[in-house]
Write a protein that binds this ligand. Sequence first.
Ligand code: XUL
Ligand code: CO
Length: 437
Amino acid sequence: MTAFFPDVPKINFGGPKSRNPLEFKHYNPDEVVADKTMKEHLRFSVVYWHTFCNPLSDPFGVGTAHRPWDDGSNSVPNAQRKAKVAFEFFEKLGAPFYAFHDRDIAPEGSTLKESHAKLDEVVKVLKDEQARTGVKLLWGTANLFTNPRYMHGAATSSNFDVFAFAAAQVKKAMEITHELGGAGYTFWGGREGYSTLLNTDMKRELDHLGQFLHMAVNYKKQIGFPGTLYIEPKPREPTKHQYDSDAAACLNFLRTYNLLPHFKLNLETNHATLAGHEMMHEMEVAISAGALGSIDANTGDYLLGWDTDQFPTNIYLTTQCMHCILDMGGFTTGGVNFDAKVRRESFEPIDLFYAHIGGMDAFARGLKTAQAIITDGRLADFVKSRYHSWDCELGRRIESGQCSLGDLEAYIVPKGDAARNVSGRQELLENLINDFI
Ligand code: XUL
Ligand code: CO
């Protein structure tokens, strides 16, 4: 095997006492937590775009990333070499999955036909590397936001040809995802929104997006792709407003266009924050609709208001995430996908390892902590008992849709007033969680 990371050994579990930064302190892939191994619970995935393509530029400065394997060209051999780098990374890290956009893995050609051909050349290498290492594709997607042609959006563009171009790009991206045995396919509406309503026919754009996704559902059936289709909400950035702004907006959109049976949500922490929600809120909204599929694990910065895509290190956050995942019975096709990038100052290849090791350890601790909270049972008991008053004849009738305002009036008027309220005990519950952290 070519060694692009000659100084990095296979990352092993060293235990909580280890002081070796190239060892896991908490992620022990084969350790069983409740009914499954950590590896099966967490289904970690590395993203191609941030880890192997991001130059670490920002709006004020060019990229800083030092990537000795990259010759800086837009050539297919450079992309094929990058594929080998990626698989050495996945293997050494012990990441069972990865995710990509079409334009991450292969350069764009001057025509769509040429772009498709370049993709095929790199997919061959990815296929061989998957077979060699056993690493699998969590999901694929099409980049419908970088090229200037997508300035007005893709499926919501005012330019019909751009809609057609995006459709052809998605068709090909679904084909290669299928060919590589991908467990899912994601739609993130990068520019499916607007910068000003003054030039926007919102209804027409949403109708187009609905039809675009129906065509994707039909094509999935046509080629027999068994993976899950995901929508990834984000409220803004790059646009002022994106139509898939949060979990609730996505669910409303999917229901309106009769797409809900065909999609699940891929939720990202930093996108939740940008939408003014906690990740746990987004997860609960999706779970309530039976539509939580996968998560893009990252975090924002308390003081920066944009999508900083940092690696998750906060145990409170990872505990909340894993509590939700365990509560819903675990992932099926989804996983913990690190849509996260190292800081611009962390420009050396080794930083990519430190970052992922930290994220994996943070999620392993979150998993164990969440399982301990569930086993303890007091939190769930409290929530259940908080609604105890509903466990009565009338409560059951309301919950099954068999009660009227008149029935309730007949019940409450003789009582004179409602029964006394009981404390919500927020502080007690916060203390309880801290007992486990
Ligand atoms: C952008 C983002 C994307 C999607 C895939 O904020 O999260 O990378 O995950 O297109
Ligand atoms: Co994402």
